[in-house]
Design a protein around this ligand. Structure first.
Ligand SMILES: Cc1ncc(COP(=O)(O)O)c(C=O)c1O
Length: 451
């Protein structure tokens, strides 16, 4: 065993010992869950140990059944108003006595639809779904119906939910997907204009849509040198539908990433946080394509579902949009930059090389010697380097022991509206302590990262 591996093994033991002392009840529940749920406790992301069980959540905090409190820097990857926002709770409570599912049109949806159309410059009509994956399935179907073509161009490393064509991430496909799914899926690299221009040109007569996020969530990598404008020009040139996935990054700007980068996609897909905590999904876009959703048209796509636009979720979503004013978004963007600057300072003080990139309330930490990170694949390859991957997994676990929850490798840190600057300072203190803990391990296993 190398000196680095020894240090890593010793650190793992330390971190796990603390965790077991903190969370005996959660451990019991995790063991029990294995009897009835495939894979055991739900949401068992790759933590390397068992999970804490939730007792309740509130604002920027999560509380587990063992009585521990955690600052939440993930907020479900986008529930930007934090947990249990009182205005959302009020809106839900006001709707419940009036009905959960109505099967009649009600004004609530019309109000929400008008708000979205007024808010997003590219959106003239919207249609409800109940989750990002379902909304994506319909957006892709609309693009195919509109163009009469089948192929979809995706960005390597992009995640767009689990509908077959949106999900497929590698040329090998994925278990359960028809083998010919890949016949219709093409990939290009984020920010690579030359490669993207070529693949679009070569497939122009078969391409129905180009799908992208405005900022790549994997690594929170912004577009470079007008990449989104370039995608708009290329798709316009060949009549290809440009679809923006706004499921995570809508909250970077009042009108989403389309407004932020001044690009008008044909369709936008919304989900997750837009429901204020309930499972909402939306497709929005220009009237011509959105006509395909109309029940009055004979040439229309199948995009109906029993619970779509249910009044409780609509009420929660409307409350959420009302909370997310331009001023509120500006405030959390400033807080996000404060967090990013703080982490840069910590890395500098502790002597670890890295970049903190993203936009406003959505940031990622990249431990790297590179002077920029421009695509999600190089980010993933770097974060998965043997030694670094294991060290960062333990970094995260140790941070959780200190009461701060982040995603793996400090990807996609989310600054929600209830998170205060003093809570950001608390997280920075925990990060400083934890980076100091892993410094000697990195020195052995990834010496290039030591400044
Ligand atoms: C960027 C992005 N697109 C799409 C989805 C899919 O949304 P849902 O989980 O609601 O189906 C997600 C969810 O993780 C996402 O992060």
């Amino acid at each position: 065993m190398s000196r680095g591996d020894e240090l890593l093994a010793g650190y793992e033991e330390e971190v796990e010992t603390v965790w077991r002392e903190m969370t005996p009840r959660s451990r019991q529940l995790c063991e029990r869950a294995e009897r009835f749920t495939p894979g055991g406790a739900l949401r068992s992301h790759s933590t390397g140990t068992y999970l804490a069980y939730c007792d309740r959540v509130d604002g920027s905090y999560m509380y587990d059944v063992d009585g521990n409190r955690y600052l939440d820097l993930i907020v479900g990857m986008t529930s930007i108003i934090g947990h249990n926002h009182p205005k959302v709770a009020q809106a839900i409570q006001a709707q419940i006595p009036k009905g959960l599912v109505t099967f009649m049109p009600d004004e609530g949806w019309d109000v929400l639809a008008e708000m979205m159309c007024n808010r997003v410059p590219s959106v003239e009509k919207v249609w409800p779904a109940f989750g990002g994956s379902q909304a994506f399935m319909w957006a892709i179907r609309a693009a195919r119906a509109h163009t009469g073509r089948d192929k979809i161009l995706k960005i390597w490393g992009g995640y767009h939910g689990t509908y077959d064509d949106a999900f497929v991430m590698t040329p090998d496909g994925s278990p359960g997907l028809p083998k010919n799914t890949m016949d219709n899926i093409l990939f290009t690299s984020w920010n690579d204009k030359e490669g993207t221009e070529k693949i679009i040109r070569e497939n122009k007569d078969q391409l129905a849509a180009v799908i992208t996020e405005g900022v790549q969530t994997g690594g929170t990598i912004p577009p470079k040198d007008g990449y989104l404008t370039f995608l708009r020009e290329q798709t316009d040139k060949y009549g290809i539908v440009l679809i923006f996935d706004e499921i995570v990054n809508f909250w970077l700007d009042h009108g989403g990433t389309g407004a932020l980068y001044d690009v008008k996609p044909d369709l936008c897909v919304y989900g997750k946080g837009i429901g204020g905590g309930l499972p909402m999904g939306l497709v929005g876009g220009n009237s011509e394509i959105m006509k395909l959703f109309s029940q009055n048209e004979t040439f229309r796509i199948a995009a109906i579902a029993a619970h779509q636009g249910d009044p409780v979720t609509v009420a929660a979503s409307t409350a959420c949009l009302n909370i997310m004013t331009p001023e509120e978004i500006a405030r959390i963007n400033t807080n996000g930059e404060y967090l990013a600057d703080g982490i840069r300072g910590v890395l500098n003080d502790v002597g670890i090389r890295g970049l903190v990139i993203g936009h406003g309330n959505h940031q990622s930490v990249h431990l790297t010697t590179a002077d920029q990170v421009t695509d999600p694949i190089s980010y993933l390859l770097n974060a998965n380097t043997p030694g670094l991957k294991e060290t960062l997994a333990l970094f995260r676990r140790s941070l959780i022991n200190k009461g701060v929850i982040t995603l793996e490798a400090m990807m996609a840190l989310r600054v929600s509206t209830p998170l205060t600057t003093s809570e950001i300072d608390t997280s920075l203190d925990a990060m400083r302590e934890t980076y100091t803990e892993i410094h000697p391990i990195l020195k052995e296993l990834a010496p290039d990262l030591i400044a």
